[in-house]
Design a protein around this ligand. Structure first.
Ligand code: SF4
Length: 379
């Protein structure tokens, strides 16, 4: 199973917390981006060994593309990539509530999009303003209703730990999201990434972080509430109704091959090679418009055995599947499997448990997954 990711690096404004690569106020360059993308697809199609099963159009804000521009993007995919005989099992586009309208919905449907991932982030007006979203809670609800009439698989993103957020306001957001009854919910913990507006504001003392204990309570509460509402917690930040786990992202977590096109996108060959496109729209357009070869442009990294082990631990422990110790031993040796088991015992059952030969983070362990994963990595 192979996946295709396309990074559409345009946004109408920059949200305070966001570290994804995107450019603001450059919509007049979308057509140039699409021309460069068409060239990149031709040059790199051979890098995928298997036919496509999943497509993910992310960003940035792909819903900024007009219906005609989206049709062009879809044509680029279909003209350059072999589709799996079982057809595309999942075709996702990320959207923002402020660009959802009937002509776009029609274009997405006509192209065969099966899944919508919409960034809502909060249903509290003050919080939406603080984080710099360009839509209201009401617009998010209206966009959802419009999408619901055409799509049976919708995912909504929300964030906890926002500056000024309280337990009550978080509960209000979660309740309103559950009432919409999407198939999938991603609940992210706010992190202050370097070079974001929030990290600068934090340094200047213009905003404050919520207490870690409050953030943990918010996480525990959302896990509990979503379980009650019938959502399975299958990855640190992801919850799905039965049969609605995201297939595309699951391929990142289980080490399958995927190809990423567009500035800032990364790829993995499912074996040992990682590639990434530099995060610069200007360079991207310049390079592909000049008809260059991708070998000079894409950064490529061959993973060492140690890096492969790290990658395995990092990705598998994110999910509720965890690490199967027998499989781990077959891949990296029995001694390594014994080492990791010993470290887990030392960390303790409150954070990570070993049942039936599988290591899994607990709910509290998910909350501090970065720290636990670091302590498990080989020296
Ligand atoms: S969160 Fe989404 S809309 Fe906001 S800046 Fe990042 S990519 Fe753009």
């Amino acid at each position: 199973m192979a996946g295709l990711y396309i990074h559409v690096p345009f946004c109408s404004g920059k949200c305070g917390y966001c570290a994804f690569y995107s450019v603001v106020g450059c919509e007049n360059r979308i057509d140039m981006f699409l021309d460069a993308l068409a060239k990149e697809a031709v040059v790199r199609t051979h890098e995928l060994f298997s036919p496509l099963s999943t497509i993910y159009i992310g960003g940035g804000t792909p819903s900024l593309l007009s219906p005609t521009q989206f049709e062009q993007l879809d044509r680029i995919i279909k003209q350059n990539f072999k589709i799996s005989p079982d057809k595309i099992v999942e075709y996702t586009i990320e959207v923002n509530p402020d660009n959802v309208d009937i002509p776009r919905i029609q274009a997405w449907r006509n192209a065969g999009v099966t899944r919508i991932s919409m960034g809502v982030q909060s249903m509290i007006p003050q919080e939406l303003q603080t984080i710099g979203r360009r839509h209201t809670a009401l617009e998010a609800s209206k966009a959802y209703q419009m999408l619901r009439a055409s799509f049976s698989n919708i995912s909504l993103d929300i964030i906890f730990g926002l500056p000024g957020q309280t337990m009550e306001s978080w509960k209000e957001t979660v309740h309103q999201i559950i009432d919409m009854y999407p198939e999938h919910i991603s609940a992210y913990s706010l992190t202050f990434e370097e070079r974001t507006r929030f990290s600068k504001m934090l340094k200047k003392g213009e905003i404050t972080e919520v207490e870690e204990s409050l953030s943990l309570d918010m996480f525990r509460w959302v896990c509990h509430r979503l379980a009650e509402a019938g959502y399975e917690h299958y990855e640190i930040s992801n919850f799905a109704r039965s049969g609605k786990r995201t297939l595309h992202n699951s391929s990142y977590w289980n080490g399958s091959e995927y190809l990423g096109l567009g500035p800032g996108a990364s790829s993995y060959d499912g074996y040992r090679t990682r590639k990434s496109n530099p995060p610069s729209l200007k360079e991207y357009i310049f390079f592909y418009t000049d008809g260059g070869e991708n070998s000079d442009y894409v950064e490529s990294e061959y993973l060492s055995r140690k890096e492969l082990t790290e990658e395995y631990i990092l990705t598998r422990l994110r999910t509720s599947e965890g690490i199967d110790l027998e499989q781990y031993g077959d891949l990296f040796g029995k001694e390594e499997a014994a080492r990791i088991t010993k470290v887990c015992r030392r960390i303790g059952d409150k954070w990570i448990n070993c049942r039936d030969g599988v290591l899994r983070l607990t709910e509290d362990g998910f909350f501090i997954s970065d720290e636990i994963i670091v302590s498990l990595l080989p020296d």
